[in-house]
Design a protein. Structure first.
Length: 114
């Protein structure tokens, strides 16, 4: 059984930073990519950032230049460093791991006050 454990969410003021972590454990035969999605109230879940097994990163336009995704392959852990946070970044952030199957974390709340 695969588990994704997220941490690092919280309440911050606009302009501040947060770092999210997601550690994957269990039987994951091969991880192709790891990423972060978010879902704000009343909106669809959207891709925020994704990093491939080779280290190639993708970012949504709304977070480019402010967020940085990284991974520790030895620990099956993915990080999301978020700087210059805005109220529009307020959402539940979900970790995603793609291998032979796709796995999701339970989500961590990020709230940015103005």
């Amino acid at each position: 059984q695969v588990q994704l454990v997220e941490s690092g969410g919280g309440l911050v003021q606009a302009g501040e930073s947060l770092r999210l972590s997601c550690a994957a454990s269990g039987s994951i035969a091969r991880i192709l990519a790891m990423g972060w999605y978010r879902q704000a109230p009343g909106k669809q879940r959207e891709l925020v950032a994704r990093i491939s097994s080779g280290g190639s990163a993708y970012y949504a336009d709304s977070v480019k230049g402010r967020f940085t995704i990284s991974r520790d392959s030895a620990r099956n852990t993915v990080y999301l460093q978020m700087t210059g946070l805005k109220p529009a970044d307020t959402a539940v952030y979900y970790c995603n791991v793609d291998g032979l199957s796709s796995y999701w974390g339970q989500g961590t709340q990020v709230t940015v006050s103005s």
